[in-house]
Every structure is written in structure tokens, then in C-alpha cells.
Design a protein around this ligand. Structure first.
Ligand code: HEM
Length: 497
């Protein structure tokens, strides 16, 4: 459509006809607006279900008019490739923050919220090079190993206390939260402190839930109570996290004064961080926002993958036994370590299939066009928000055979593969694609592989109540978790290990 437009405007038609064609083509290439804020609210459905219904009716690209925001919804692999790979710089923007998010991001001073530009580049480069590169990830190996042992102990203890029954999400969440807290603050925390930090994190996430005045700023005066509450939660977050920042400063100034202090942490990289375009190092309040981003980004997302993954292994006992056989034949009687994962092709195929079938977030973070452009031939105005609905891509029958089926063999036998970064071709992008792709991809996949392998090596997982069918419907709770939180009966493998 864009090429067609250029062709016509180059021809020497009489000026009125020229104008007529120009306008006609402009409107023809505008996206259909198929819904608005009130229709979304009146539908009574969660947003992801509302969008799923619309894309089945209207196709892979359409617009919602959400109050003052124009939201373009994409659910097509080729369009995502065009947006994030071919026109990566144009779609690397983020929308303007609403006032609540501004409080918690310290005016967009976090990697995920920063305006695409110098500040974002500095923050992201620091995070990737100093914490999330392959060599750095390796350095934190012992923390993961300890967290895995603790996870297995907690599962064992919970099973003993509850007739063999355990909750998956809660335990997986706790394990990954412990890892990220230690990497972030470089100090050991007792269980009570970790639980408290967890509560604060959850309160922040609840406070950040979108509200109607985010889309209709004219209604803001009616939401004073909510704003006051947001400021209180922020105060509580600052009061709780700042002491850890001080503790780390002291530990760095006095080497040897704290026996549990790690050699290196994310905070260390932030204390004197030089951010392009600024003369000062991050303030305490900015440090709190950056640390919260680090621990929030990888906690619920990773734990959610584990919940869906174990649910699929319970539902498909043959897949679970094949995985257990692979673990046994790879490591024998010793405990799985992360270096073993590269030799476990079936484990890798299972994890990839879980990420395809159950992407933990159904939408990427919101993108915004930094200049007026086109997508799939349609005009995209500057500032338009772009939402990507991931299941529309990873369950598209045009690019997947039998997409409804949970089938790790599609990756194991190699009949279908997918570049998870989307660079060569978009088929599944649970971590996004292009310039804003999740920088935690490598570390998150290390956590998921290791946890799944250890959990299956130690226990056999079966349904609870026994022989019941698993309900595979999802609900939105920061990520898309199982509607009925997964409970499983576990049996230690003992001698069969
Ligand atoms: C299974 C685990 C994870 C999943 C599925 C996941 C998914 C995502 C997605 C979909 C995005 C948005 C990409 C976009 O805007 O197009 C994102 C961004 C981000 N993620 Fe993750 N993530 C995971 C783990 C992590 C971890 C472990 C960290 C760090 C410790 C992390 C830090 C971030 C950050 C900082 C961004 C913002 C990037 C930017 O705007 O430049 N994530 N993630």
C-alpha cells in the first residue's frame, strides 16, 4: 500500500484529482478502529481475552481507541518482523508513562521504561555487560546451586507436611526470587526478610495495574485516593530497600566486614554509573527503581514458565519419563548441574515448547512509534502504542503444524524450529525481538532449564487430586498463570534416580 501511494503521488495528475487520490489513499491505508475503552470495560472480559476475540474477527492488525491513546494490536509474525527487526529503531520507543508508573520508575529511569535514546542505552548496556552476559551469569553459578538445593528441601518439607502435595508456582517463585535478590544486593537475607521483600514487590505490582484515568487523564482528579496509596507504597518500598543499599555501600568500603557479602552485585555497577547525558550518579531513589526492575523482571515470568511446564509434564507422563531417562543417562547418579543442560536436547525442546504454548506474558511491553511510519502498508501515526499479542503468533496454524498440541518433538526431532530472538524469522518471541528484546533471556533460560531438570530428577510429579484432569485455562496476575493454581502430588525418586 505504501509503494502504491508513492507511485500515485509521483504522477502528474491535475491538482484536485491528485488531492482526492492522496486523501483517499491515506484513509484507505488507515487501520480500522474496532473497539474503544468503554467496549473493553463493558465486555467484562480480561483484556487478553477481549483482544483474542477481536483478532479472530478482524485479523492480525487493528486499532483500539482507548481514551486518549491509540493502541494498535499486532498478532502476526511477519508484521512483528517488520516492526521490530526491519524498522527496529522506529518501534523501539515506549509510550509516555502514566503518573503512577512515573513514581515507581523515577521518571523513566529504568531500562524497560526509558525513552529510546542515550539514557536507555547506558542503563541497558550496564545491565547486559555487567550482569547478564554469559561470563557474568557463570560467575553467579554458586548462588543458583544453593537456591536449587533449597528449592528441593522446601518441596520435600512441604510434601511431608501435606501428604505429598506441593504448590509449584509459590516454590519456584521463591527460588528465583532468592537468586535475583542475592545477585542484586550482594548480601544474604534470611527467609523472613525475603518474604517481606516479596510482599513489597507484590504491592508495587498491584499498584501499577492500569486504571481508567491512565487512558482518560480528565478523570484524574477523581483518583486522588489511589494516588495517595501509590505514594504510600512507594514510601514503603524506599524505606525497605534503601537500608540494603546502605549495607552494601558499607560492605564495599570495608572489605571483610560482612562475611555473607558477595564479591560482586548489580548494585555495585550502579553506584558510580555514568549515564550519557547526565552528570550525576543515580540517587538512592533511582537505585531502588533499578533494583526493583531487576528483581521483578525475572521472578514471576520464570516461575510462571515452571508452573505451566510441570502441568504439561503431569498431563503427559510419557514426556516426563522420557525427560527423566535423559537426565539419568546424562548425569547418572549425581545431581544435575547447569553445564549438563547443553547435553540435554529433550529438556531444551520441552522448555522451548512450554515457552511457545504458554508465553508467561501474553503481551510484550508496550512499544511506541518514534516517528510516523507504515506497518503492513498501514499508516502508523507518531506516538501510537503498539501491543503484540503473543499467542496469535505462537499458535498460528500458518506457521506451526498442530499448534494446539503440546509437542516437544517439534523441536527435538527438528521438524520445526524457531529462532527465539526473531532475528531470522519471527515464529515465537516470548522475550520480544529487536532492540528492546528482554536482556534477561539467557539468564532466565538457565534458571528454567536448571529448575525443571532438578525438580524432575528429584521427584515424580502426578496430578492432585489423583487422576484429575488439569485445567489449562489461564488468568492474568502480572503474568498469565494457571486459573487454578497448580497443586501436585510428588514422590521422591529415591533409588530409581
Ligand atoms: C522467563 C523469563 C522472562 C520472560 C518471559 C521475559 C519477557 C520479557 C518481555 C516480553 C519483555 C518486553 C520486550 C519488549 O518490549 O518487546 C521483557 C523486557 C525486559 N526484561 Fe524480561 N523476561 C524474563 C526474564 C527477565 C529477567 C531474568 C530479567 C533481568 C534480571 C529481565 C529484565 C527485563 C528488562 C530490563 C526488560 C526491558 C528491556 C528494554 O526495554 O530494553 N527479564 N522481558
Amino acid at each position: 500500500m505504501a509503494t502504491f501511494f508513492r507511485y500515485f503521488t509521483c504522477n502528474s495528475l491535475p491538482s484536485y484529482a491528485h488531492l482526492f487520490f492522496t486523501f483517499a489513499l491515506f484513509f484507505l491505508s488507515c487501520l480500522p478502529i474496532v473497539g474503544n475503552l468503554f467496549q473493553v470495560a463493558r465486555s467484562g472480559k480480561p483484556f487478553f481475552q477481549y483482544v483474542d476475540d477481536l483478532r479472530r474477527k478482524y485479523g492480525p492488525i487493528f486499532t483500539l481507541r482507548m481514551g486518549t491513546r491509540t493502541i494498535i494490536i499486532l498478532s502476526d509474525a511477519m508484521l512483528c518482523h517488520e516492526a521490530f527487526i526491519e524498522k527496529g529503531a522506529i518501534f523501539a520507543g515506549r509510550p509516555r508513562e502514566n503518573p503512577t508508573r512515573n513514581i515507581f520508575s523515577c521518571n523513566k529511569f529504568t531500562v524497560n521504561s526509558a525513552v529510546y535514546g542515550l539514557e536507555w542505552r547506558s542503563l541497558r548496556r550496564n545491565l547486559v555487560q555487567n550482569m547478564l552476559s554469559s561470563s557474568r551469569i557463570k560467575e553467579f553459578h554458586s548462588i543458583r546451586s544453593q537456591a536449587m538445593d533449597k528449592l528441593i528441601d522446601r518441596l520435600r518439607a512441604e510434601a511431608k507436611a501435606n501428604g505429598g502435595v506441593v504448590s509449584v508456582l509459590k516454590n519456584a517463585r521463591f527460588a528465583v526470587f532468592c537468586i535475583l535478590l542475592r545477585m542484586c544486593f550482594g548480601i544474604e537475607m534470611d527467609e523472613e526478610t525475603i518474604e517481606k521483600m516479596d510482599l513489597i514487590t507484590k504491592n508495587v505490582l498491584i499498584t501499577l495495574d492500569p486504571r481508567i484515568d491512565d487512558f482518560l487523564p480528565i478523570l484524574r482528579p477523581f483518583f486522588g485516593k489511589q494516588r495517595k496509596r501509590a505514594l504510600q507504597v512507594r514510601k514503603q518500598q524506599l524505606e525497605n530497600i534503601t537500608p540494603f543499599i546502605q549495607q552494601r555501600r558499607v560492605a564495599l568500603r570495608n572489605p571483610g566486614s560482612n562475611n555473607s557479602a558477595m564479591r560482586f552485585s548489580y548494585l555495585d555497577t550502579l553506584f558510580d554509573l555514568k549515564v550519557e547525558g547526565r552528570n550525576s550518579a543515580p540517587s538512592n531513589s533511582e537505585l531502588v527503581s533499578l533494583c526493583s526492575e531487576f528483581i521483578n523482571g525475572g521472578t514471576d515470568t520464570t516461575a510462571t514458565v515452571l508452573e505451566w511446564g510441570i502441568a504439561q509434564l503431569i498431563h503427559n507422563p510419557n514426556i516426563q519419563s522420557k525427560l527423566f531417562d535423559e537426565i539419568k543417562s546424562t548425569v547418572g547418579d549425581r545431581t544435575v548441574e547447569e553445564k549438563d543442560v547443553e547435553n540435554m536436547k529433550y529438556l531444551q525442546a520441552i522448555v522451548k515448547e512450554v515457552l511457545r504454548k504458554h508465553p508467561p506474558t501474553y503481551f510484550l511491553l508496550t512499544h511506541a512509534a518514534t516517528e510516523a511510519t507504515t506497518l503492513g502498508g498501514f499508516n502508523i501515526p507518531i506516538g501510537a502504542n503498539l501491543e503484540v499479542f503473543l499467542p496469535g503468533i505462537s499458535e498460528d496454524p500458518k506457521i506451526w503444524s498442530n499448534p494446539e498440541k503440546f509437542d516437544p518433538d517439534r523441536f527435538y526431532i527438528g521438524k520445526e524450529d524457531a529462532d527465539i530472538t526473531g532475528v531470522t524469522m519471527v515464529k515465537m518471541i516470548p522475550f520480544g525481538a529487536g532492540r528492546r528484546i528482554c536482556p534477561g533471556l539467557k539468564m532466565a533460560t538457565v534458571h528454567i532449564h536448571l529448575m525443571l531438570a532438578r525438580m524432575v530428577q528429584e521427584f515424580e510429579w502426578t496430578a492432585y487430586p489423583p487422576n484429575s484432569d488439569i485445567d489449562f485455562s489461564g488468568k492474568f496476575e502480572f503474568t498469565v498463570v494457571m486459573s487454578n493454581t497448580l497443586k501436585s502430588r510428588i514422590k521422591p525418586r529415591g533409588d530409581t534416580r
